[in-house]
Design a protein around this ligand. Structure first.
Ligand SMILES: *[C@@H]1O[C@H](CO)[C@@H](O)[C@H](O)[C@H]1NC(C)=O
Ligand SMILES: *[C@@H]1O[C@H](CO)[C@@H](O)[C@H](O)[C@H]1NC(C)=O
Ligand SMILES: *[C@@H]1O[C@H](CO)[C@@H](O)[C@H](O)[C@H]1NC(C)=O
Ligand SMILES: *[C@@H]1O[C@H](CO)[C@@H](O)[C@H](O)[C@H]1NC(C)=O
Ligand SMILES: *[C@@H]1O[C@H](CO)[C@@H](O)[C@H](O)[C@H]1NC(C)=O
Ligand SMILES: *[C@@H]1O[C@H](CO)[C@@H](O)[C@H](O)[C@H]1NC(C)=O
Ligand SMILES: *[C@@H]1O[C@H](CO)[C@@H](O)[C@H](O)[C@H]1NC(C)=O
Length: 317
């Protein structure tokens, strides 16, 4: 049996940063929606089982393509004395992330010939925390949530519409997802675009715009998971990529004005203060209702979810 309760805590520290507040106001989360790149599962399991778990609940095991992602994950890790499986394993061609990318990080604590699966050792004080282990060992798991586009191109503008495109990352190509595009002038409107199966490029057209007007546009990747046995939806969304685009003054001048803000500075800013983790707690059966009312309190704790335990149990064992 599995007499634990799974809770999702979302702690949202709102700092006095205008960009961040603007973002929160603009693209506020719907009920039942979680925004994060990484999710930590406290139940120890072998690597392959961890991967299955991550794929059915999130996107995959955590994939850290860059230094920034590595440190973003470190700063979000909830337990500093634990080991977490990552989506990194040894193939005949060497160390590969589960999205097919070659390992480029050099943060090995140690790798040995027997270990074919990699964990992140949160307990080590050194920055180098990657450790090769035997895949059958049971460890906690770091799962990967959806990833918004790195950059968005404005392909075309005229007086009343604009066309955008972006590359779909290898990680996102393996999972069915969609993009929510929020376009803001005085008010914001959100449009939803499903990702076509198997394609690596998204192209969309936004119409009915006003001429010669600058718009703020937010593009975020969204994944929906339906819990087994219940019909409860679990919406996962990454922080948006933000850009600015201006419609043309007349059809003749196809002048494009756009700025792709560095997504990563935004993600880092936001991720360092947004911690979402899953805690499997013993003997605790209180269910609390979400509270995100006080906008000026420093910490907002959201507890809107309670996961069907029987289902979780079935899944893990
Ligand atoms: C981490 O610390 C907690 C509390 O100090 C302890 O209960 C737990 O067993 C430790 N976990 C590991 C993996 O050392
Ligand atoms: C998509 O990828 C191609 C090839 O890597 C690159 O040339 C292009 O600029 C990318 N587009 C965007 C919007 O990032
Ligand atoms: C994409 O299509 C293939 C076959 O056409 C199917 O096997 C696969 O599950 C689909 N993937 C998604 C994410 O829908
Ligand atoms: C995405 O956009 C659709 C359509 O506007 C909206 O119903 C849905 O709530 C949005 N989803 C998220 C996760 O924001
Ligand atoms: C913009 O997108 C629309 C709809 O997809 C398409 O019909 C049109 O040809 C595109 N314009 C350009 C210049 O690519
Ligand atoms: C554009 O606006 C008109 C009138 O407001 C509406 O009938 C039409 O459906 C809109 N088209 C799109 C693509 O949103
Ligand atoms: C501008 O081009 C669009 C089609 O791209 C057309 O519907 C519209 O009537 C044109 N407007 C003017 C003022 O020419």
């Amino acid at each position: 049996m599995f007499p634990y309760e799974m809770q999702i805590l979302q702690q949202l520290a709102v700092l006095g940063n205008n960009n961040f507040l603007y973002f929160v106001v603009c693209c506020s989360l719907a009920t039942g929606q979680i925004s994060s790149r990484y999710f930590f599962i406290q139940e120890p399991m072998p690597w392959a089982k961890g991967r299955e778990y991550c794929q059915s609940h999130f996107v995959d095991l955590a994939v850290l393509s860059t230094e920034k992602e590595y440190f973003a994950l470190l700063s979000a890790i909830p337990a500093n004395n634990a080991s977490f499986w990552l989506g990194l394993h040894k193939e005949s061609s060497g160390w590969k992330w589960t999205n097919g990318e070659q390992l480029r990080l050099t943060h090995w604590y140690n790798y040995n010939d027997e270990g074919h699966c990699v964990s992140l050792e949160a307990m080590f004080e050194e920055e180098d925390k990657l450790l090769a282990r035997s895949c059958n060992e049971q460890h906690r798991v770091a799962c990967q949530g959806p990833v918004s586009p790195q950059s968005v191109a404005v392909d075309f503008v005229n007086i009343d519409h604009l066309n955008l495109s972006w590359n779909i990352s290898a990680l996102m190509q393996t999972t069915s997802h969609y993009y929510n595009v929020t376009i803001c002038r005085f008010i914001c409107e959100t449009l939803s675009y499903p990702c076509t199966n198997g394609s690596s490029l998204m192209s969309i057209s936004i119409s009915n715009l006003s001429a010669a007007t600058e718009y703020f546009i937010y593009v975020s990747a969204v994944v929906i998971r339906i819990e087994h046995g219940t019909s409860r939806k679990w919406i996962l969304q990454d922080d948006p990529t933000m850009l600015k685009a201006k419609t043309a003054t007349s059809n003749k001048t196809h002048k494009i004005l756009f700025i792709v803000l560095d997504l990563f500075s935004l993600v880092l800013l936001v991720s360092s203060f947004w911690y979402i983790y899953i805690v499997v707690k013993k003997d605790k059966s209180t269910e609390r209702v979400g509270d995100r009312s006080s906008a000026d309190s420093t910490i907002v704790v959201l507890l809107p979810h309670r996961i069907g335990l029987e289902k979780l149990e079935n899944f893990i064992f």
